[in-house]
Design a protein around this ligand. Sequence first.
Ligand code: HEC
Ligand code: HEC
Length: 209
Amino acid sequence: MQNIKFFSRLIFLLAVLPVGLANAGDPEAGKASYMACAACHGQNAEGSPAMKGPALSALSEKYIVAQLEKFQNKHRGGDPKDTAGLTMASMVMTVASAEAKANVAAYIASLESTKPATTISGNADNGKALYGTCAACHGADAKGNDLMNAPSLINQHDWYLVTQLKNFKEGIRGTHPDDATGAQMRPMAMMLADDQAINDVVAYLSTLD
Ligand code: HEC
Ligand code: HEC
């Protein structure tokens, strides 16, 4: 009897253990695989305008893993017009396993995030008013909300935010049938009437920290 109990506990532990490990990434292990990312995302994940690589350091582990999965499954970066997304989609193979993705995300999330230089001019006051609708998911402080799958938008390069809003509007991002969270964001981007509105809301985001 004792033995049966012991073995059933052991089997239970073996069944749940790998799940637990896969969720909690190991930042030390992730540091080594981040070497392959630094060329485009910067040593401290501050981003690289020259390589069109966004900053990653303000993003949550959950969002980073989710986006890596999307690039791997071509739910993002699969559109031939999405040249920057295609670049990233080819790089994701260096962190192909679930464990590697969790580890690299844990390492990135451990880095300090800094404010990038601004390159876009927009009306931040008008942008603040427009941001009212966005706050429901991204938070009043724009630091994101994992429960809503909405990423942080602070300390991000303004040119990257503009590109993403245009990608959502034009259907380059958020239109794959299996991209449920992209589909939530797409109608929000479509509410921004024109390029000026996009620049304004991004100018407002650049004032936050
Ligand atoms: C050759 C350049 C390059 C390399 C190397 C690279 N990336 Fe990227 N990555 C990009 C570009 C460009 C984008 C932006 C794609 C877009 O505009 O949609 C991106 C986007 C991302 C995003 C989405 C960010 C967001 O805010 O949604 C994540 C996460 C990411 N990369 C993680 C990584 C990780 C982790 C590695 C290393 C395993 C890596 N990248 C290696 C170029 C690169
Ligand atoms: C209904 C919830 C919701 C609302 C409202 C919303 N978003 Fe989002 N947003 C999301 C989600 C979810 C994602 C992640 C999409 C994905 O997984 O690819 C996202 C992604 C983004 C991204 C891409 C960030 C990156 O790192 O690639 C930007 C930029 C963005 N949102 C800006 C806005 C702006 C500006 C508004 C207001 C006009 C807004 N969002 C309103 C849910 C929302």
